[in-house]
Design a protein around this ligand. Structure first.
Ligand SMILES: [Cu+2]
Length: 119
């Protein structure tokens, strides 16, 4: 898998109230390499998407530029939101990316981001 460009992650309706990520399993990144990931909420509920072990910025929300002077570990996706997250992963390992609403995470709205060393 290429580690450049935008990777896709979508939250799909599925069997309600279940929802799931449609994303590469795991999302593979390289330490020190700038990456954008696009998250799309195709469901009605809001989803606070939380990433462990890394911090990111939100350069765009629904195609509009976002200017935030801070890094995040969580971003809220409202219904039909499309959000880019941008990061330079620094810590090698496997990190969980999941909805912070526990029942959504347990229903499958959870994936792994694997950060490999830059050889
Ligand atoms: Cu959720």
């Amino acid at each position: 898998m290429s580690n450049t460009g935008i990777q896709e992650g979508a939250i799909e309706p599925g069997r309600q109230p279940r929802a799931s990520f449609r994303a590469p399993q795991p999302i593979e990144l390289t330490a020190g390499e700038f990456t954008k990931i696009r998250l799309v909420n195709q469901t009605h509920p809001m989803h606070p998407i939380h990433l462990h072990g890394q911090f990111f910025k939100v350069p765009t929300r629904n195609g509009e530029p976002v200017d935030e002077p801070y890094f995040r570990d969580t971003v809220l996706l409202e219904m039909l939101d499309e959000v880019e997250i941008a990061l330079v992963p620094l810590d090698v390992g496997q990190w969980v990316l999941h909805c912070h609403i526990q029942e959504h995470g347990e229903a499958g709205m959870m994936t792994v981001m694997e950060v490999a060393a830059d050889d």
